[in-house]
Design a protein. Structure first.
Length: 502
């Protein structure tokens, strides 16, 4: 029995290994993968469910010196790290002209079209589509602010429509020419109170119609999203879905932000999205969500969710931990997947990479002040904080007064050194489920220790003399890329040579 099994498995291995000595870790098993975080599998109604992320600030962070590292601790292109972890879509905000008269950036990533072109191309290079988030403003557009771009300030509605139309078509064309794979476009950002300085309903409807027409003229296969917020106001959300229909606004996706400290329950979220799905046949999605893996701050600029702020309430029901962050992402994806009729299209995490440009953790007194002042200079120079002092020229009452660093560094999927967190695995583990492994990484023979015998077993398996069980493959996949290759064996051998007592 044992011998025949061994021969049989050797044949299977032989077949697997002909394609470059790679053993898929979770082949031929429906069992959840073993991991450092536990994730319950989601049975997606939509096989192409969007597991997206907004990392709009990333270019400004890199310019300020931030480097991102994969789980093996190697510096790597963040777009590759995200794709390897199951992120399949990137969202990017675009401001028309986020600079003052002297060319100083307002901050928040200084996210102009040029930055979006870089982000779109790098996303496409790693197999990810792009959601283009036009704010139709020169800086943050949200429920409190919908200010038109400086260049549109004195325009009539008709002139503004013309400007919005050509800006949309021209920007999308430039993005496409730069190599971006544009899948979807948002006409405005969190347009709950208005869009591009238009607050009156007929004006607002006219601008939304114009934006949608521009996207259709650019490419009919690109999805159009309308993005609102405050889904806890169920009646208002339903009113927006009715408003879009009554004004014959041509769009595909009804989207909302969902931040659990403000935005009600997940049951309510599913209900308001299902309204647009059932009544108007629209796809739905969460365009923004996020959750802290810690309540600590690392850049000296206080965080939106901290030990003093927004850290309690009925819907803040996950731990502030790496596991808790993954739990929130899984729960929001599940709530969207539950939208009736299979109309839940996906979810985007907001600014999963907006980490500090210089770590103040553990510093106190003058050391803290020195580091904070160093960070402040980087925020001003590179626009890598939420706002710079230069934003006063456009938004004097808020950004121009309270400018500074990142308020969400504790909600990123990377720690203060740029190292990827295990919570990032949620983006792929929702497909298979995962359980927390209590086996040692590298303990291929599962005897409780990691030593040269494990390397020998791996080498024998790679040379087709032995077959590893799925559990052994998990332990052998030392770089966590989902397969066991000679690279894993080499890495383990090196590790044992450096730390023989491991
Ligand atoms: Ca901070």
């Amino acid at each position: 029995m044992k011998n025949s099994l061994k021969i049989q498995t050797a044949l299977i291995l032989s077949a697997l290994l002909t394609a470059g000595a790679v053993m898929p870790v979770s082949a031929a098993t429906d069992a959840p993968v073993r991991d450092r975080i536990a994730v319950e599998k989601i049975a997606f109604q939509n096989p192409d469910f969007i597991r997206g992320m907004d990392i709009s600030s990333v270019i400004s962070l890199e310019n300020a010196g931030v480097r991102f590292k994969n789980e093996a601790g190697q510096t790597e292109d963040i777009f590759k790290i995200l794709a390897d972890n199951g992120v399949n879509y990137i969202r990017v905000r675009i401001w028309n002209d986020p600079y003052d008269a002297n060319g100083n950036g307002y901050g928040g990533g200084n996210n102009d079209l040029e930055k979006a072109k870089q982000i779109g191309r790098r996303a496409a290079d790693n197999g990810m589509k792009l959601l283009v988030d036009f704010h139709y403003s020169d800086f943050w557009a949200d429920p409190a602010k919908q200010k038109e771009p400086k260049a549109w300030a004195d325009m009539s509605l008709t002139q503004k429509q013309e400007a919005l139309y050509s800006y949309t078509v021209n920007s999308l064309t430039e993005l496409k020419d730069a190599g971006a794979a544009i899948g979807m476009v948002q006409i405005g950002n969190e347009i709950t109170s208005g869009v591009a300085g238009a607050f009156q309903n007929t004006d607002r409807a006219a601008l939304l119609q114009t934006g949608a027409a521009a996207v259709r003229a650019f490419d009919k296969s690109v999805g159009i999203a309308m993005h609102f917020t405050n889904p806890e106001n169920t009646g208002a959300m339903k009113w927006f879905a009715d408003f879009l229909a009554q004004n014959n606004i041509d769009y595909d996706v009804f989207a909302t932000s969902y931040y659990p400290c403000w935005h009600g329950s997940l049951t309510n979220l599913t209900e308001v999205l299902s309204y647009a799905a059932d009544k108007y046949g629209k796809y739905t999605m969460v365009a923004e969500t996020s959750y802290p893996y810690t309540l600590d701050d690392t850049d000296g600029h206080s965080n939106t969710i901290s030990q003093w702020n927004n850290n309690s309430g009925d819907n803040m029901c996950w731990d502030f931990s790496v596991q808790g962050q993954a739990d929130e992402v899984r729960a929001v994806m599940n709530a969207v997947n539950d939208v009736s009729g299979g109309k839940g299209l996906g979810m985007f995490y907001w600014e999963g990479a907006w980490i500090t440009v210089g770590d103040v953790t553990g510093k106190s007194g003058s050391a803290w002040t020195r580091q904070y002042n160093a960070n402040k200079m980087l925020w001003e120079q590179y626009g890598c904080g939420w706002a710079s002092s230069y934003s006063a020229a456009y938004d004097p009452d808020d950004a121009g007064r309270y400018y500074g660093g990142s308020a969400v560094d504790n909600q990123a999927f990377f720690d203060a050194t740029g190292q990827a967190l295990a919570s990032l695995h949620v983006f792929k583990n929702v497909l298979t489920g995962s359980v927390v492994s209590d086996a040692l990484q590298g303990d291929v023979n599962l005897d409780g220790t990691v030593n040269i015998r494990d390397v020998t077993l791996m080498q024998r398996a790679l040379a087709q003399y032995e077959m590893l069980s799925p559990e052994q493959c998990m332990a052998a996949d030392t770089n966590g890329d989902g397969s066991v290759t000679v690279e894993d064996a080499t890495a383990l051998q090196r590790r044992i040579a450096e730390f023989p007592a491991d």
